[in-house]
Design a protein around this ligand. Structure first.
Ligand SMILES: *[C@@H]1O[C@H](CO)[C@@H](O)[C@H](O)[C@H]1NC(C)=O
Ligand SMILES: *[C@@H]1O[C@H](CO)[C@@H](O)[C@H](O)[C@H]1NC(C)=O
Ligand SMILES: *[C@@H]1O[C@H](CO)[C@@H](O)[C@H](O)[C@H]1NC(C)=O
Ligand SMILES: *[C@@H]1O[C@H](CO)[C@@H](O)[C@H](O)[C@H]1NC(C)=O
Ligand SMILES: *[C@@H]1O[C@H](CO)[C@@H](O)[C@H](O)[C@H]1NC(C)=O
Ligand SMILES: CC(=O)N[C@H]1CO[C@H](CO)[C@@H](O)[C@@H]1O
Length: 345
């Protein structure tokens, strides 16, 4: 059910969105994502070794284990029982929530803080071409954002190891689409996808040489000391030579960004696998680390999925390999040109 709309247009990096809200289930039905699942939570709080066994037994983990930071996880009481996400009607302040700890000095590369695991959703027996993830996240009231950190999203493809930490997506291995917080709680979608057709020049897109691409940094802002609801839709590009993949993101049920020209895959061996629970400060050097022990909290994870990929219009992809050949050719051309120029001076 769509809630009362204010209908004030807001301009975010080239896309105008109204401030009306759309609950995750309505977005899912709009895109015919007809199956859904929720991650079970325990009825009571659990100390950290029991938390690990609970997650390992109930959340369908890739390789059957928590990859990093298992000892940073605990099911605890709701730290913000009086501060549900704006507009939330479903939160239960008596139910345990998942706490993640980040010790002082922790960042991505020392693996000391946060946690990472891949909760695959494969019970249906069919490959998913589109998926929506929604969950609630809270940050300690005095949370120091430092330079930024990762938050959970979606991933897919046959390779469960790459497409994070600087290991790029190449169209046949994997993709990931997570969230990041940045200084002052600014939010963005952070994706490892092949970069084609000049996407790095698009409005709202920031790329760097080694890592993922940032979509619409600051188009929403996380609040500390309360719950925030995040909802992200991914629809894979189809056919595999057209860049028509979709990423749409909602913050507290209001749309914050949409990109319709994402290239997730060059082969249909890549499908959407499930929740990529991935959170840490960083960034790959200690300037990203918090100076004090701090925490985030998660609850109400729900996934919706469907077997139809994107049906949007899109441009044909000039292959990434072709781009590299052009770079490779540029050197000799410059040299030849200089030599020619030399003959005339
Ligand atoms: C399905 O999920 C289980 C974990 O529940 C995992 O061990 C297995 O590899 C997955 N299978 C496929 C085909 O993805
Ligand atoms: C979990 O247990 C380990 C080992 O006892 C401990 O070092 C760690 O701080 C605990 N984690 C939490 C979140 O309490
Ligand atoms: C809230 O959560 C508690 C603990 O899991 C549970 O016992 C209770 O039934 C829940 N209440 C509602 C309304 O779902
Ligand atoms: C993509 O990466 C995988 C490893 O993740 C590798 O096996 C494969 O050959 C790569 N494909 C291309 C086209 O580079
Ligand atoms: C870290 O904790 C110390 C001692 O509690 C406090 O004085 C300081 O302000 C905290 N630093 C940050 C960045 O929150
Ligand atoms: C291209 C790339 O980064 N490949 C890596 C994928 O993951 C495996 C296992 O961690 C690594 O060995 C590869 O180097």
């Amino acid at each position: 059910m769509v809630q009362p709309a204010f209908l004030l247009p807001v301009l975010f990096a080239g896309h105008a969105f109204s401030q009306s809200t759309t609950p995750a289930a309505s977005v899912a039905s709009q895109y015919s994502l007809s199956t859904s699942t929720t991650l079970p939570f325990p009825q009571a709080t659990l100390k950290n070794s029991s938390t690990q066994s609970f997650i390992t037994s109930n959340w369908g983990l890739s390789k059957g284990r928590i990859q990093n930071g298992a000892s940073n996880l605990e099911f605890v009481n709701d730290p913000f029982p009086n501060a549900p996400a704006p507009g939330s009607t479903t939160s239960n302040s008596s139910a345990p929530v998942l706490q993640v700890q980040y010790p002082a000095g922790s960042f991505q590369d020392n693996n000391a803080g946060g946690a990472q695991f891949y909760a695959m959703w494969n019970s249906s027996g069919s490959a998913f071409q589109s998926m929506l993830v929604t969950y609630e996240v809270a940050f300690d009231a005095d949370f120091d954002w430092v330079k930024g950190g990762k938050l959970p999203g979606l991933r897919g493809g046959p390779d469960p190891n790459n497409c994070s930490g600087g290991n790029q997506a190449n169209g046949t291995n994997c993709f990931s689409s997570r969230l990041m917080w940045r200084p002052d709680g600014d939010g963005e979608v952070y994706a490892y996808v092949p970069r084609v057709n000049g996407i790095c020049g698009d409005t709202g897109v920031l790329c760097n040489d080694q890592f993922g691409i940032s979509l619409n940094r600051g188009s929403f802002v996380f609040a500390s000391g309360q719950w925030n609801r995040v909802t992200m839709l991914v629809r894979l590009n189809n056919p595999t030579n057209i860049a028509n993949g979709q990423v749409t993101f909602y913050f507290n049920d209001a749309q914050a960004l949409e990109h319709d020209n994402i290239y997730f895959r060059s082969a249909d061996v890549i499908t959407v696998g499930g929740l990529y629970f991935s959170t840490f400060f960083g960034g790959d050097d200690p300037t990203w680390a918090p100076t004090n022990l701090t925490h985030t909290y998660f609850r109400n994870f729900q996934l919706f999925a469907g077997t139809s990929p994107s049906d949007l219009q899109g441009s044909k992809v000039k292959s990434a390999a072709q781009g590299r050949v052009q770079m490779f050719m540029a050197g000799p051309i410059v040299i030849a040109f200089s030599v020619l120029l030399g003959l005339f001076i």
